[in-house]
Design a protein around this ligand. Structure first.
Ligand code: BES
Ligand code: ZN
Ligand code: ZN
Length: 483
């Protein structure tokens, strides 16, 4: 989609038009004829928000009424979703070129609408032989944004799309080594993003027992990728001296479950089990794209989880990077094993201000809160999680906090090792996973984001089509903007 800023007088504009309007319909300034105005007024008596299309053959007018009186995040989310309705109408009408303006609409309301339209316009097309419908050009009335603001937003949306694209790619097209190579080549386009790719030998020499164990049943080698971006302080143009924010992402390129193989339809969609890694990489690149004044390091353990000949087995006892021993009880609880090594590596080597991880970690998170948000936990990071909740409400990638009470520690104690890799009861599966990881963060402020419910949608959900969502990229970008 091409975005163009332009002066538009809605009453005179000759192409197809989207018109946003928040208040009662005053007769002045609206690009409506008398009968159209009457029909809009009749609708207004019944509803505070609606989308209606009018013919201006050969053009179309999409009239979007929204309820401007609700709290700002809700108004903005409403507009994102109304944009999806407009996009569906445009597809039906085959309108690919459209101008956008409003009356009494705030810039952030207009921005939300553009965001909804943009996010909904993405689809995973690379294996489709037929062309799919996409908007060619969106002309936006220039009173709302500067070109720089629009460019910065667009760079962020593109990172969301890249995240979705990586997650949507099947494992046969994106294994650990290929993903690492891709990340390296993106990093090379930035002066201030350093990418370190560690191969199997290096991972062996570091003794990352979790990552190596999960990889044992695979024919593809693992990788451990570290992406470091250090922005410039705006006042002095010097690199940020602060210790970094470490972002750890689960990078299971495919999760078969391993020897505890997943039954029937539970395996489908497990190409998305690297969504945490894709999210964290995308956040670092988005921060670099827009030169945010932050110091961030993404740590991405990558492998698939397969039941090949030498696959790790339940009862194996692993020694992790930090020396903790772990009894494997279920090879399908593999995410926490690779994340534990990455978290411990961050603690030991980066002196992080905070560690935040994102992981498609537990089916229990989906059962608890469905597909409407992230299950979050924290240890020594109450303030950070509060900030994440606030920006989460703003960008509408929401978090709900689960408890980390000490009683849960009992559930992951092992008879033969320091920890077991899943709880000794099926209860509180999301929390025991978070507790397991928190052990490796030690005293470092730590936030755990279980994105199992939101990273990948079986069915379309407003501006997310079926498939990868990129959920979390806008959240963490907004969090970095607050630093
Ligand atoms: N990748 C899965 C979790 C998952 C399930 C993500 C559904 C997205 C949708 C994870 O590795 C897993 O298999 N977890 C097990 C843990 C159990 C064995 C303790 C689970 O949730 O069933
Ligand atoms: Zn698993
Ligand atoms: Zn998994």
């Amino acid at each position: 989609m091409i975005y163009t800023l332009q002066d538009i007088n809605p009453k005179e504009y000759e192409g197809s038009l989207i018109f946003l309007y928040g208040d009662e319909c005053a007769e002045r300034n609206l690009p409506l004829g008398r009968r159209e105005l009457e029909s809009v007024k009749r609708k207004e008596e019944k509803e505070k928000s609606f989308v209606v299309g009018f013919d201006r053959l050969p053009e179309r007018l999409y009239f979007v009424r929204f309820d401007s009186e609700r709290p700002a995040p809700e108004v903005q989310e409403g507009l994102r979703r109304q944009a999806v309705e407009v996009l569906k109408m445009m597809e039906k009408d085959d309108v690919k070129d459209v101008a956008l303006c409003g009356e009494g609409t705030l810039p952030e309301e207009m921005a939300a609408f553009v965001e909804g339209l943009t996010l909904a316009d993405y689809s995973f097309d690379r294996f489709c032989s037929k062309d799919r419908f996409h908007v060619d050009q969106l002309i936006i009335n220039s009173v709302y944004f500067t070109q720089e603001e629009l460019d910065a937003q667009q760079r962020l949306w593109n990172r969301v799309f890249w995240c979705r694209e990586w997650v949507n790619l099947p494992v046969q097209d994106l294994n650990a080594a290929q993903f690492a190579e891709e990340l390296q080549s993106v990093a090379e386009s930035f002066e201030n993003v350093k990418c370190t790719v560690m191969d199997k030998r290096k991972i062996e020499s570091l003794r990352m027992g979790g990552l190596l164990a999960v990889n044992r049943g695979s024919v593809d080698e693992p990788r451990f990728v570290v992406l470091e971006y250090n922005g410039l302080k705006q006042s002095s143009n010097q690199a940020i001296k602060q210790s970094p924010i470490c972002l750890v992402g689960k990078g299971i390129m495919y999760d078969t479950g391993g020897l505890n193989i997943k039954p029937e339809d539970y395996m489908q969609e497990m190409k998305s089990d690297m969504a945490g890694a894709a999210t964290m990489a995308s956040v670092v690149f988005a921060a670099a794209d827009n030169a945010l004044p932050v110091h961030v390091v993404a740590l991405l353990p990558l492998t698939d989880n397969r039941p090949g000949f030498n696959a790790y087995a339940a009862d194996d006892i692993l020694t992790m990077y930090d020396g903790t021993t772990v009894e494997v009880v279920n090879t399908d609880a593999e995410g926490r094993l690779i994340l534990a090594d990455a978290i411990a590596y961050a603690v030991k080597n980066y002196n992080p201000r905070v560690i935040i991880d994102a992981a498609t970690l537990t089916g229990a998170a989906v059962r608890a809160i469905s597909t409407f948000g992230i299950a979050a936990m924290q240890q020594n990071a109450g303030r950070e999680l509060e900030m994440l909740k606030i920006v989460g409400n703003e960008v509408y990638e929401r978090l709900v906090e689960f408890p980390m009470w000490k009683e849960y520690d009992e559930l992951i104690k092992s008879d033969f090792a320091d920890l077991r890799n899943c709880g000794n009861t099926p209860q509180a599966g999301t929390i025991t996973a978070g507790k397991f990881l928190a052990h490796f963060a030690k005293e470092v402020p730590y936030v755990h984001l279980d994105i199992a419910g939101v990273a990948y949608f079986t069915k379309a959900q407003h501006y997310f089509r079926a498939g990868a969502s990129g959920y979390g990229v806008r959240l963490l970008y907004a969090y970095l903007q607050m630093q």
